[in-house]
Design a protein around this ligand. Sequence first.
Ligand code: SAM
Ligand code: SF4
Length: 330
Amino acid sequence: MKKLFDNHGREVNYLRLAVTDRCNLRCYYCMPERGIDYVPRQELMSYEEMLRIVSLLAGMGIRKLRITGGEPFVRRDMMDFFHAASSIGALKQIHLTTNGTVVAPLIPELKKLGISSVNLSLDTLDPQRFFEMTRRNEFHAVMQTFEQLLYHGIPTKINAVVIHGKNDADLQPLAMLTKDHPVGVRFIEEMPFNGAGANHAELWWNHHRILEELQRLFPALKKIPDPPFSTSSNYQIPGHRGTVGIIAAYSRTFCGTCNRLRLTPQGMLKTCLYDNGIFNIKDLVRAGASDEQLEHAFLDALGHRAKNGFEAEQNRFGLPVSESMSTIGG
Ligand code: SAM
Ligand code: SF4
């Protein structure tokens, strides 16, 4: 089978699979309060369809799978899917991105399955601000998941979207989590994927401002080397066990080394977070496509891949970025 390379010579070995667009939170920066129009159930990829596609892509060089959503664990029998995906031999790593509201009791089983890491979304350590940002009262459930992840020694990153006027005061306490815990706390620039369109004319908390603020709070903050393909620029506060990262998701400083593909819950392939979807793989599967035909479709899509997120956004022909991140997976 041919390996996945794009027209810019970048090898693609990482798949982000959004297994559902449903979610039990209503994060201010991701969805409107009333929620979004969910994809009809029959339009979602079935577990069988997802497993076929993941196996095929693993044969083409995908080594790392991230399961995301929506909230992955609001989809029924999610654990069965994890078990099945874990048995795809060519996949070397399976990661999870979760809001942590319902997954705490499943952490021991995920550990047994050998999950590589978990990204836990947590924008604030203040229960009232948590409610204001997510419109749900689930702070304590998320903290329980955090404790379980630490207890079971699962490599954990905290994802915090930084929003002016909402969680500015949380940079310090979140960064302080790295003092006693071996976690990576990553501060993310807000993107316009909120189901409605841009929240701001200008992004206040861009990566420069986040860094300046962290340097003000922690004058000894040190730059540390970034792992290959890292989307975060990484730092450490001397003496702390964990690390602090900044993800310039809106400024898009990391596109040059992009090694990832995305599949939405309805099977749309995205070769860039900012593109409008290249083709629907589920439709091909349901039309009876052979493995060779699916393989060809992936290679063809990568042969026309945008160089970076700005080019991908331009190629949307005026369609603004406004879909909810819960339909993309982050
Ligand atoms: N529901 C899970 C969660 O929240 O972790 C997984 C899906 S969520 C869409 C994946 C990531 O996207 C989360 O870390 C979330 O903070 C981030 N995200 C959502 N909307 C965003 C936005 N408008 N800008 C930046 N990051 C966003
Ligand atoms: Fe749900 Fe995650 Fe979006 Fe929050 S960021 S509404 S938890 S999908």
